[in-house]
Design a protein around this ligand. Structure first.
Ligand SMILES: [Zn+2]
Length: 206
């Protein structure tokens, strides 16, 4: 064997010399070397493309979580437990709300339930396909149930709720294998900010 696919470029030039390589070997070597280089370029392009997609999604997650945080702050200003949510459809906010349990005198008026109801009304459909729900705190069991009923494909939340979270902290409702509908979950987006609003709200009331 007089040539190798892994020879550096300088050696390839050397082995192109007819004194070292017969024409047939040289031709095969050039083809193999060109294919290898094309493969390397293609791999680099693929890595760049997926990195770009990932960073774009991460940027969108942060942007929409900031909108949910704005709803949480507005809820705090209204004397509600500061949890906010937004529902995204076609890359835009379809509905947004903070907790409204006290204002509406409604124990089910969590931010998530409120945005799901509004989105279903706007879309004229109780199934919310192709949407993403952003919420500042890990949803409770009621809201996790509503997410499944609405067939929301993706959930992004900020901080875990060790006292009632139904995604992974207290219950794992969304990932229960008995369910047909599985939700893609991203957690921990702006988690420190989301938790801080809640902590300072309760600290002020002690
Ligand atoms: Zn809830």
């Amino acid at each position: 064997m007089r040539c190798s696919l892994f020879l550096p470029h300088a050696i390839v030039k050397q082995t192109d010399d007819p004194l070292f390589l017969c024409p047939w070997d040289a031709w095969r070597f050039r083809v193999a070397y060109s294919l290898l280089r094309a493969l390397c370029v293609l791999s680099a392009l693929c890595v760049s493309y997926f990195r770009m997609l990932f960073s774009r999604e991460m940027h969108a997650d942060i942007q929409f979580m900031q909108e949910a945080l704005a709803e949480a702050r507005a809820a705090a200003a209204a004397g509600e437990v500061p949890i906010g949510a937004v529902l995204i459809h076609n890359d835009a906010i379809l509905s947004r709300s903070g907790n409204r349990t006290i204002r509406d005198c409604d124990p089910t008026a969590h931010a998530e339930i409120t945005v799901l109801r509004e989105a279903a009304r706007l879309l004229g459909n109780y199934r919310l396909a192709e949407t993403t729900l952003y919420v500042t705190i890990e949803p409770c069991s009621m809201c996790a149930g509503a997410i499944i009923q609405a067939r929301v494909p993706r959930l992004v939340y900020g901080a875990d709720d060790p006292k009632g979270g139904a995604v992974r902290s207290c219950f794992e409702i969304l990932s229960n294998p008995c369910l047909n509908h599985q939700v893609e979950i991203t957690s921990g987006v702006l988690a420190a900010d989301c938790a801080a609003i809640l902590q300072s709200f309760f600290a002020e009331r002690r």
